[in-house]
Ligand binder design. Structure first.
Ligand SMILES: Cc1cc2nc3c(=O)[nH]c(=O)nc-3n(C[C@H](O)[C@H](O)[C@H](O)COP(=O)(O)OP(=O)(O)OC[C@H]3O[C@@H](n4cnc5c(N)ncnc54)[C@H](O)[C@@H]3O)c2cc1C
Length: 271
């Protein structure tokens, strides 16, 4: 059964969108990494969120998440890697599973950092963004994992369990991926490893990688005042739409995106 709305990202914007979808009585699934991996978790003290000064990032996020759970929002831990629209539905992949919804809210925060040399050229020819999806292709072979979160270590363990020989690079800043037709090596912060596969496990995916054809301006998703993007049934909110990169703005945009997405789902169900 498809969801009415699927939200990509469980930060303030995504949680606000999800709560407001539930307030309109529609079903909603939030796909995100665990709260402890959200950027706001690192904030020691947030003083500019109206009415709740002096809370820590973890306190705020925990309360927001509890609010959403109590409102009946469903959660899935994982990363959306691809999307496709077919008929009246959006389909997104999370690991090896597909999930369907009438409307999507993109609330994925900002994707920091540029692609590494060789990454785009060798994507699908040794470069992968998902260990559980592509790991079996590298069974018994040497691979590198470039991990940027705690869950990346679990994906590296999965690769070891299926027989890969794993070189783990913890949050490398500098990387070059080598190979012609296929990946042959990776050089991370000056250390070289001869590998057949490179798993790049970043917490965020660039919006244009997730949604080919999505309109962006200066790297941020273009939206109108109802948080419509240029793609039908896709709404966006929070840091991914641009500054100010702050909680209040994310929550406000999430409210509008949630309302718009719920209204879209209702309209779709009537046609
Ligand atoms: C150290 C620090 C201190 C800060 N202090 C303040 C402050 O005092 N006041 C203030 O207003 N703001 C502060 N901020 C900024 C605030 O954290 C952001 O503005 C806010 O979190 C943005 O919310 P968001 O929901 O748009 O995005 P985020 O909170 O970034 O949430 C997006 C989530 O989506 C996940 N995601 C991305 N791609 C995918 C995908 N493909 N599939 C599934 N999940 C995905 C991300 O990993 C992330 O967890 C601070 C930020 C930091 C880092």
């Amino acid at each position: 059964m498809p969801y009415d709305v699927l939200v990509i990202g469980g930060g303030p914007a995504g949680l606000s969108a999800a709560v407001n979808v539930r307030i309109r009585g529609r079903s909603v699934l939030v796909v995100s990494n665990p709260p402890e991996e959200n950027p706001l978790w690192r904030a020691e003290r947030v003083d500019n969120y109206l009415g709740l000064p002096g809370r820590s990032g973890p306190e705020l996020l925990t309360q927001m998440r509890r609010h959403a759970e109590n409102a009946g929002v469903e959660f899935l831990t994982g990363k959306v890697l691809t999307s496709v629209r077919s008929g009246k539905l959006w389909y997104v992949s999370v690991g090896t599973e597909m999930y369907a919804a009438s409307a999507l809210v993109l609330a994925a925060g900002v994707a920091r950092g540029k692609k590494f040399p060789g990454e785009a050229e060798l994507l699908g020819r040794g470069v992968s963004y998902c260990a559980t999806c592509d790991g079996m292709l590298y069974r018994g072979r040497p691979v590198a994992v470039l991990g940027y979160s705690d869950s990346a270590r679990r994906e590296a363990d999965f690769l070891r369990d299926i027989g890969c020989s794993v070189t783990y690079f913890d949050r490398p800043k500098d990387c070059r991926i080598e190979g012609d037709a296929q990946v042959t090596a990776v050089v991370c912060d000056g250390e070289r490893a001869a590998v057949d596969g490179v798993f790049l496990l970043r917490p965020t995916v660039a919006p244009t990688d997730l949604f080919p054809g999505l309109a962006v301006e200066n790297g941020y998703v273009s939206v109108d005042r109802r948080m419509n993007t240029n793609l039908p049934g896709l709404f966006a909110a929070g840091d991914c739409t641009g500054g100010p990169l702050q909680v209040s703005k994310a929550v406000g945009e999430g409210l509008i995106a949630g309302q718009s997405a719920a209204a879209w789902a209702v309209a779709q169900s009537r046609t």
